[in-house]
Design a binder for this molecule. Structure first.
Ligand code: SF4
Length: 251
């Protein structure tokens, strides 16, 4: 069975370098709350409408009702507004700058985030990786489904985390890329009804062969490798290239 680094290398070779969430820490934080129980494209539309006002300084001056109105299209706006306000209050402790938290151990930052109502493990890890450049692997429903289909059996997310981090360099950039590669893979091939014929991992996957025959070969090829069918975010420039995080060097 493949280890986490081998899976990563196959996904990277198949899909190419994925995008980074955003170079702006607050954008990551804001969007990671908004995207709960809704689509990322909807979140991007809402944020595009907010435009240059998407700063913690602007958002903290809004009343709760004003904030709710801004984020209404993303659903659950009351709960999300409360979470965003609490997140902004937390971020203020670090002067709205991830560098303000550079001396705080990742474990402590994670605990602080998890103490905010509305921030669960997945959102906390997204914020740690993409906003604070901390190696804290993001585990979501896609990751669980994909690994389970490959043949791995984990008792809980702690076991998944151990599987991932035990062989990967502790590098936030790699963790961020890996999370996005899994997302791309699960949208392109390893969907709820998987399209296995063109999957770059099919020869290693333990999902029973009979269950893989879910689409015609022609359709499978088109879904995974025709760039016209790659979701728009895959064609987005890789924002982190212009950011502060250092180049990744795999061993
Ligand atoms: S072969 Fe099918 S089930 Fe296995 S990882 Fe690929 S898409 Fe998913």
């Amino acid at each position: 069975m493949l280890n986490a680094l081998e899976i990563y290398e196959i996904l990277l070779a198949a899909y190419g370098r994925p995008r980074w969430w955003s170079d702006d820490a607050f954008t990551v934080m804001f969007q990671s709350v908004l995207v709960q129980n809704t689509t990322f494209s909807g979140v991007e539309k809402t944020c595009a409408a907010i435009g240059k006002r998407l700063t913690p300084q602007y958002m903290e001056r809004l009343s709760t009702q004003e904030l709710e109105e801004l984020i209404t299209p993303c659903g659950f706006y009351r709960a999300k507004a409360r979470t965003i306000q609490a997140l902004i209050a937390w971020f203020r402790r670090y002067r709205f700058d991830p560098r303000g938290a550079q001396d705080v151990p990742t474990h402590d930052l994670r605990k602080e985030l998890l103490a905010i109502r509305g921030i669960g493990a997945e959102t906390a890890d997204v914020i740690l990786v993409y906003a604070f450049y901390r190696p804290s692997f993001v585990i979501d429903a896609y990751t669980r489904r994909f690994l389970s289909r490959l043949g791995h059996s984990f008792s809980d997310d702690t076991a998944i985390r151990e599987f991932m981090v035990s062989v990967l360099p502790r590098d936030a950039r790699l963790y961020g890329w890996y999370h996005w590669l899994i997302l791309d893979h699960c949208i392109s091939c390893c969907r709820k009804s998987p399209v296995c014929g063109a999957c770059p991992l099919r020869e290693y996957c333990e999902r029973p062969a009979a269950e893989r025959e879910t689409a015609s070969p022609g359709r499978q090829e088109k879904i995974c490798y025709n760039t016209e069918n790659i979701p728009p975010r895959r064609r987005t420039a890789f924002a982190a290239d212009s950011g502060e995080i250092p180049p990744l060097h795999l061993p």
